[in-house]
Design a protein around this ligand. Structure first.
Ligand code: ADP
Ligand code: ARG
Length: 359
């Protein structure tokens, strides 16, 4: 019988991590001294150290390896979270600036690929958590359903280009679900790393997707975060995608209260997403540049992260990559967008030069 990983206790989890040669940030910063200090602590939401580290102890290849059981976990277990956050985000001090979405009428950029030579599509997402609710390890089925109810009520007030319809996962046919995943709209529930962090508890209760009528504004409910707010469209018009996202986010903020932390900005389940929580990506055709042995280093230097085109940990297909901003914390939203914009422009220039030399 497969072991029920969600039932493995703290002693066993610690044994597996501490005797491993895992390269995760969890392993690096949860030293025996820190472990002894934290092992009996519990948050007001009932979150334990085991809840936070289970996934990282069972998946020793994780890069980060820790999740917050709830909004309080970041401070209750600060001896491990703070150094992990500093290390992951490459910041010396834990201070995140106030939100700044830029001057939407004067962004100074528009379409990054007006001739449609490189970019298939552009997508920007942010994560948000409902204030006063636990994250997956400390949420009940009732909590998930209540969060769904609150979010759907807010989504129903959207008007104009943002107006749309909510599709709960519980009533979706398998064929529709499969198609939506293939079309890059919907999330899946087959990642054991997230599953072992309680990410799929009570599945599919409280999960679903909202689409604007033109399918360019989307909200994911109770996937990894309580909300993932997404703007996407074909082509490279970063300005349009950004303006729509900010419009939708601003409208939702009037109806819902989101968890925010003085040091970390907007709170998310995974510490890798803290701060602006923003990932702005393009699916970009770079068959020449991506073949270069130093492709990863080029991206790194530009503070960009390359991914495959079916989401995190997927492979690229036919030289098409998902390229996004790497930094989310310690800078403002508009700075994260500008960093991604500059990086993508440089990637286009490099691919363009390689195409010319091939001719
Ligand atoms: P996240 O939600 O953390 O940004 P994933 O990497 O898991 O991350 O991607 C979620 C989904 O969004 C996947 O289906 C992925 O293919 C899709 N996606 C990401 N970026 C783009 C893009 N620029 N254009 C189209 N689809 C995208
Ligand atoms: N826990 C995983 C790791 O540490 C995922 C981290 C980032 N991804 C995410 N979807 N939050 O490697």
């Amino acid at each position: 019988m497969p072991e029920d990983s969600l039932k493995i206790g703290l002693d066993e989890l610690w044994k597996r991590l501490s005797t491993s040669n895992s390269g995760s940030l969890l392993k690096k910063h949860l030293t025996p001294t820190v472990y002894e200090k934290l092992k009996d602590k519990v948050t007001d939401y009932g979150g334990s150290l085991a809840d936070c580290i289970r996934s990282g102890c069972l998946h020793l290849k994780s890069h980060c390896g820790i999740y917050a059981s709830d909004p309080d976990a970041y401070d209750v277990f600060s001896d491990v979270f703070y150094p992990v956050i500093k290390d992951y985000h490459g910041v010396q001090t834990l201070a995140h600036p106030k939100p700044d979405f830029g001057d939407l009428d004067n962004l100074g950029f528009g379409d990054l690929d007006p001739k449609n030579d490189f970019i298939n599509s552009t997508r920007i997402r942010v994560g948000r958590s409902h204030a006063n609710f636990g994250f997956p390890a400390t949420s009940t089925k009732e909590d998930r359903l209540e969060m769904e109810r609150m979010t759907v009520a807010a989504l129903r007030t959207l008007r104009g280009e943002l107006a749309g319809k909510y599709f709960p996962l519980s009533t979706m046919t398998p064929a529709v679900e499969k198609q939506m995943i293939q079309d890059h709209f919907l999330f899946r529930n087959d990642d054991p790393v997230l599953g072992d962090a309680n990410g799929y508890d009570d599945w599919p209760a409280g999960r679903g997707i909202f689409f604007s009528n033109n399918k360019r504004f989307l909200v994911w409910l109770n996937e990894e975060d309580h909300l993932r707010i997404i703007s996407m469209q074909e082509g490279g018009n970063l300005a349009e995608v950004w303006q729509r996202l900010v419009k939708g986010l601003t409208a939702l903020e009037k109806k819902l209260t989101f968890a925010h932390h003085p040091k970390f900005g907007y709170l998310t389940f995974c510490p890798t997403n803290l701060g602006t929580t923003l990932r702005a990506s393009v699916h970009i055709r770079i068959p020449n540049l991506s073949k270069k042995p130093d492709f990863k280093q080029i991206c790194d230097k530009l503070n960009l992260q390359p991914r495959g085109i079916h989401g995190e940990h997927s492979e690229s297909e036919g030289g098409v990559y998902d390229i996004s901003n790497k930094r989310r914390m310690g800078l403002t939203e508009i700075d994260a967008i500008q960093e991604m914009r500059r990086g993508v422009e440089k990637i286009i220039e490099l691919e363009s030069n390689l195409r010319k030399t091939k001719k």
